[in-house]
Write a protein that binds this ligand. Structure first.
Ligand SMILES: *Cc1c(COP(=O)(O)O)cnc(C)c1O
Length: 848
């Protein structure tokens, strides 16, 4: 076989245009609308053809075009303007009183994720989790948060999707071509590719390190595909979410152990480690390894340091969706590393176990070693508390420390260019760095309806043009639609209502719920007065046959009923398609089985663009929905039986479309504008923009986690780890003596069956045998639950002490009315900076 040696020739830009190179190397240019327009101006067709990749574009532009541009004063001026904005962007560092976060440059946060959705040109993401990670980096850059991302660089990444004639999904795995992308290998002091080394089962393993520049934030991606690795290890980072468990463990070890080696090489010393999902939880073991084996801390001290500096974000509300591994496999790969901690494998595995399950659960390990845990919406946090309740047996469920930080989206990435122009004009452009400023959003309500409507119509037409082009392009490869190829040019009408549905085809998202009653759906689609059109897009994981069936059913329905012009499935869902659809349709449908959707961010992207949400009250939507900004699907909420629930919710969807959505859309004033609809668009942009932007989310992370964690780390490391040593001593005392402390006497101030009046005061008194525990380490409290979901904690004061018997007392003012509940408890506390998962309740059944 003849083979050729590959080499690369950089495009030669005229001197005057060299700044384009620098711009193209930073992901900033993909989200800033002026930079986008600049590159698009070079050659709009090529730019689209090459996935909006500025580097690829520059490779392909003919030399003659460069000569033209070099002499085009207008272009040069635009380039200089964009470049100035880029430099200004990079140097933006607000002080705390100017809206800054209060983090200093030493509060470095290392952020870990298996996937990053930054742009379609870097296909190393599969869905919402990745998009969130990407937006997290972008937002951090906007706000000046000192964050660094770590992940894997997949040789083939997530698969490409095509749909066959019969509606089956065909997966292909095109190899990524990094050379033409804004990503570079790091170099060592000799100019060679930087390679880090670590061991798995005593064997050396190597990783090459790439960097993506996301504004001011660096994302480091590890790559196993290098000469130094053996044939098998070379393939570790081939694919995202491989089904093979051993390979998956290797990937996750690779991410954890490799990232720390990169930090050492680059002298990065993070204060905080943020694990986005359980995939990166081996980082905990690696950090324990370093703290114990290199820095000579005890296991207890090392654990305390890790806990105090780890943030864990969970995303998966069903146990089965959470990452867990066969215990034997974990033992096989990690036993030596765990034993190096001075603890047996069996003992350590308890940190990752659930009752009645012998798996090694990654999120359990993460929860046990993180002081800062959150779900990604209020509802999800609640569901997570329930789901992980067994890990906190002494806790009242509402107090389980899994906070809620609702996701947000990066405005500049997801806001259409037509809307960007409106925003810039009406609300100024502060939102680019600080969209967390709520007041600013009120200006949205002042935008004239006609401008809102016209911007939306323009965007809708652009989307339809794009989708037609995509369909025609896909005809080249696959027979789907081919018999009707002429029709591809005529799909979708911009004067008619369009409902969009695009997301991963996981079964819980019920993509085919709308097909429940096909006759009724056909009536809706073909309604002569108020016709409705649908657009679908999404990939099913190649191992998920049920998900693939859903795609087939949608394609078949359109084909069998000759509805391909108004019930459209678009292949190969990615960020590009997502952007077009969330900006261009009229309504965004989301009908997951509640409460399986942890947050959902596509609805935020849609709502921000004035695309009205029509969604099950799951994930983020209950926090945003009101009748002025969208519609709620809830008919089956309290029904256990899935079949009945589906039926009820499908019917509600049909009813709402027929009776509310379509009539509202088709009711026009004399200028043809649906004024009521446009009012809803404005309300949607306002409500979503104000509360579900990434800067608001990052402010929450800063306030709830990053800043407290940074303070705590400073506290426990000061004076040569003085507090750390005290805390570990406190831990030890509590654990050794906990069983000895007891309530000796309790007087709740309530008679048997007492009935009180609101406002009355009750005095609670108790005597406690505190055994050998210093009373400064104990909090004695009353938990008073006065409504179903409301409670207050009333601390009791120490009023006397005799030997080890200590008396406490306090007053409770009764409020509200009806049935109420009270309990008394003792819990360990170290100077308000450390508590333990131990709580002794007065009313408590024996632990199993
Ligand atoms: C936003 C986005 C998602 C997440 O959508 P959900 O509705 O939250 O599932 C998935 N994939 C892509 C390409 C996206 O842009």
């Amino acid at each position: 076989m003849i083979e050729f040696k590959e080499f690369y020739v950089k495009p030669q830009l005229p001197e005057k245009l060299k700044k384009l190179n620098e711009l193209a190397q930073n992901i900033w240019s993909t989200w800033d609308s002026d930079a986008y327009r600049l590159f698009s101006r070079i050659d709009p067709k090529l730019f689209r053809k090459y996935n909006h990749n500025p580097i690829k574009l520059m490779e392909k532009v003919p030399q003659s075009r460069w000569q033209e541009l070099e002499n085009d004063k207008g272009f040069i001026h635009e380039m200089e303007t964009v470049y100035k904005m880029f430099i200004a962007y990079l140097s933006f560092h607000p002080e705390k009183n100017q809206g800054g976060t209060g983090l200093t440059k030493d509060d470095v946060i290392a952020y870990f994720s298996m996937e990053y959705g930054l742009h379609e040109l870097l296909p190393i993401y599969s869905g919402g989790l990745g998009i969130l990670s990407g937006d997290h980096l972008k937002g951090s850059s906007d706000m000046g948060i000192p964050l660094i991302g770590f992940g894997l660089l997949y040789r083939v990444g997530y698969f490409s999707q095509r749909i066959d004639t019969d509606g089956s999904q065909l997966a292909s795995y095109p190899e990524n071509d990094w050379i033409s992308k804004p990503i570079k290998t790091l170099k060592d002091e000799n100019g060679k590719d930087l390679v880090v080394k670590f061991q798995i089962r005593g064997e050396d393993i190597f990783a090459k390190v790439w960097e993506v520049k996301v504004g001011n934030v660096s994302l480091y991606l590890l790559d196993s595909n290098i000469e130094e690795n053996n044939q098998f290890y070379k393939t570790i980072t081939d694919d995202l979410y491989v089904a093979d468990q051993a390979k998956r463990i290797l990937q996750e070890i690779f991410l954890a152990y490799g990232s720390i080696e990169v930090m050492k090489k680059l002298n990065i010393k993070p204060k905080i480690f943020h694990l986005n999902e359980g995939h990166s939880a081996f980082l905990i073991i690696k950090r324990l390894n370093d703290l114990i084996n290199e820095q000579k801390f005890t296991f207890e001290e090392a654990s305390e340091i890790v806990k105090s500096s780890t943030v864990f974000t969970t995303h998966t509300p069903v146990p089965a969706g959470n990452e867990r591994f066969d215990m034997n496999l974990i033992e096989y790969f990690l036993k030596d590393k765990i034993e190096a901690l001075g603890i047996s494998f069996a003992e350590f595995s308890e940190y990752a176990k659930l009752q009645n399950s012998n798996f090694f659960w990654m999120p359990v390990l993460a929860i046990k070693f993180s002081d800062y845990i959150n779900g990604v919406s209020k509802l999800h946090s609640k569901v997570s508390k329930k789901m992980w309740q067994e890990l906190f047996p002494d806790y009242f469920i509402d107090e389980i420390p899994i906070k809620a930080i609702t996701n947000g989206v990066h405005i500049q990435t997801w806001l259409s260019r037509t809307n960007t122009r409106l925003f810039d004009r009406y609300i100024g452009n502060d939102y680019k760095h600080m969209s967390g400023n709520k007041k600013m959003w009120e200006n949205v309500l002042e935008i004239p309806n006609i401008e809102i409507w016209e911007a939306h119509q323009r965007r809708k037409e652009q989307m339809i043009g794009f989708l037609r082009e995509r369909l025609i392009k896909s005809l080249i490869y696959t027979p789907y639609f081919s018999q009707k190829s002429g029709k591809a040019n005529n799909i979708l009408n911009h004067n008619k209502l369009i409902i969009g549905f695009a997301r991963r085809f996981a079964t819980y998202k019920r993509a085919t719920l709308i097909l429940k009653d096909p006759e009724r759906l056909i009536k809706i689609l073909k309604n002569p007065k108020m016709p409705v059109q649908f657009i679908f897009a999404g990939k099913a994981h190649p191992a998920d046959n049920d998900g693939q069936d859903l795609i087939r059913k949608i394609v078949e329905f359109a084909q069998n009923n000759n509805l391909e012009d108004k019930f459209v499935f678009i292949e190969d869902y990615d960020m590009n398609i997502a952007r077009h659809i969330v900006q261009g349709v009229d309504v965004w449908l989301n009908n997951p089985i509640k409460p399986n959707e942890a947050s959902g961010t596509s609805g935020m992207k849609a709502g921000l663009n004035g695309v009205l949400n029509f969604s099950v009250l799951d994930g983020w939507w209950p926090e945003c929905y009101n009748p002025k900004n969208g519609w709620a699907i809830n008919a089956g909420e309290n029904v256990e039986n899935q079949e009945i629930r589906d039926k009820l919710e499908a019917n509600q969807i049909y009813d709402l479309i027929e009776n509310e959505i379509a009539p509202l859309y088709y009711t026009r004033d004399k200028n043809g504008i649906p004024m009521q609809w446009v009012n809803m668009i404005k309300q949607s942009i306002y409500d979503v923009g104000k509360n579900f932007n990434i800067h608001r989310m990052l402010n929450d992370y800063c306030e709830k986690f990053y800043i407290p964690a940074s303070k705590k780390i400073n506290t426990i490391t000061a004076d040569n780890y003085k507090k750390l040593k005290e805390i570990t001593k406190f831990d030890k005392t509590i654990y050794e003596n906990w069983d000895k402390i007891n309530f000796v006497k309790v007087n709740l101030g309530l008679e048997e069956n007492s009935v009180l009046s609101s406002g009355e005061t009750v005095t609670v008194k108790t005597e406690i045998d505190v055994a050998n525990i210093d009373t400064q380490y104990l909090k004695v409290e009353v938990m008073y639950r006065y409504n179903r979901n409301d409670y207050s904690i009333i601390p009791l004061e120490m009023v006397g002490k005799k030997d080890s018997i200590v008396s406490y007392s306090g007053n409770i003012q009764v409020k509200s009315s009806g049935k109420q509940f009270i309990n008394l408890r003792i819990r360990p506390d170290f100077e308000n900076i450390k508590t333990l998962p131990k709580v002794k309740w007065y009313f408590q059944t024996e632990a199993k």
